[in-house]
Design a protein around this ligand. Sequence first.
Ligand code: GLN
Length: 194
Amino acid sequence: APVIGVLALQGDVREHLAALTAAGATPRQIRRPEELAEVAALVIPGGESTTMSKLAIVFGLLEPLRERVRAGMPVYGTCAGMIMLADKILDGRDDQETIGGIDMIVRRNAFGRQNESFEAEVDIQGIEDGPVEGVFIRAPWVESVGGGAEVLATFDGHTVAVRQGNVLATSFHPELTGDHRVHKLFVDSVRAAG
Ligand code: GLN
């Protein structure tokens, strides 16, 4: 089974560890650069992207993460994880850094004002057997994507799932639903990249 890290600085780490195991991977928590160096791929959980960004700097992980993503490591980010994978963000904190990797502009807390948290069915390109239940919690949306990025899902006219090469991001949290199809899609892409 592919060994896949979960960035364990902050956020819903435990849920991703369980979802990855269910999807056939061997998960490992990642807090140090030495641990990052040992995994083939990485999940960045949901949580609070401003805190995650700060902790990534404090733990000396920001540059190593950027290097691995540039070098083609498969990564999947949910919600705050999507924000971390955006080349550019809107409504971030002034000093908020991202890892980048997807040529997209992501707006933080975009669904927030109308509706802090909600669930909705989302059809995702590459996922068969019907839509997934999208859990949106103070979720971002993708304001725009550049040429290299591929839109995999929209909800209410807004892009909520994107892929660029080996980097995948969703506004919502499949790790909270017990439906492991998105994690399986990611694990399959890790095997294919392997
Ligand atoms: N609003 C959070 C942020 O900006 C993301 C919320 C989430 O991950 N559920 O980081």
